[in-house]
Design a protein. Structure first.
Length: 279
């Protein structure tokens, strides 16, 4: 994992050193790929909520859905390439700080978050490539595998609990970004007033939906820490399933699922209108 991270980080720095001309197209392609993944997750969950079919899936399930389409292998390769572009951009953000987050405590936390996001999407891109080459994206539950490894370490329960707290913190930060609409400052001036209006509304809705699922996922990890049981650690698909099992579950699931579709559209808007300042 360290080798993969170092390689991606080095690639991001090298790409950025060649100028904005290389990084910007990769980043825009990355936002498109990310938007596709979240739109698929949302549409499938909306169908479940409305009782018209579909299935509750996480990002791995979305990758498999892409693979099942006509010309699925080609689409999957394009998605993987897009995700690699997004990974590159995340490491550029973490290493070169084009958004000027700084080196104080808050800035460093955000930049570390960009790196963690980069690793997460690198693993998803790897799963897509593996699915193309072998017909399998890999077995097992990644969250549970890594949770079991953490629990086996000294103070393992505390480590897993900290992971859960961090995930909950990320969820709360999504709500903060939605409330402040701070994401709007990164859009360029090519947008019309109406486009800005809808970008803000859709972005707020999408970020809030993601915030809900992060809070639930963080709760899973807290529970895993309390019980010292890795099987309690679950991902996005389990978070959406949990919503569906509550009172008014179909309504809750439907709202969050539509929020994921909105988040996908938000990613598309970032691909089109985000301002990239890489020096």
């Amino acid at each position: 994992m360290a080798t993969m991270t170092d390689t991606i980080s080095s690639g991001a720095a090298n790409a950025a050193s060649k100028g904005k001309g290389w990084v910007e197209p990769l980043a825009r392609l990355g936002y498109v790929a990310k938007g596709v993944v979240y739109t698929i997750i949302g549409i499938l969950a909306v169908q479940v909520a409305w009782g018209t079919g579909g299935s509750i899936q996480g990002s791995q399930g979305a990758i498999k859905t892409i693979a099942s389409q006509p010309f699925g292998s080609v689409l999957l390769i394009l998605t993987a390439l897009g995700l690699v572009g997004y990974v590159t951009w995340r490491f550029v953000q973490a290493v070169l700080d084009p958004d000027n987050k700084g080196t104080d405590a808050t800035g460093l936390v955000k930049r570390v978050g960009y790196a963690v996001s980069g690793v997460t999407y690198a693993l998803l891109a790897f799963s897509a490539v593996r699915l193309v080459l072998s017909g399998s994206s890999g077995g097992g539950n990644a969250q549970q595998t890594w949770t079991a490894r953490l629990l086996s370490q000294p103070f393992g329960q505390w480590l897993v609990g900290i992971v859960g707290a961090i995930i909950i913190g990320v969820g709360l930060y999504h709500f903060y970004r939605a409330y402040k609409a701070s994401f709007m400052k990164h859009y360029n001036n090519d947008m019309s007033a109406q486009e800005k209006h809808w970008a803000k509304r859709i972005g707020r809705f999408g970020l809030s939906a993601r915030g809900v699922t992060f809070l639930i996922i963080g709760g899973f990890f807290i529970q895993a820490a309390r019980q010292s049981d890795a099987s309690e650690a679950q991902g996005l698909d389990a978070a959406l399933t949990t919503l569906a099992q509550q009172s008014y579950g179909p309504w809750l699931l439907g709202v969050v699922a539509l929020g994921f579709v909105a988040y996908g559209i938000y990613c598309f808007s970032r691909a089109r209108y985000r301002r990239f300042e890489v020096h």
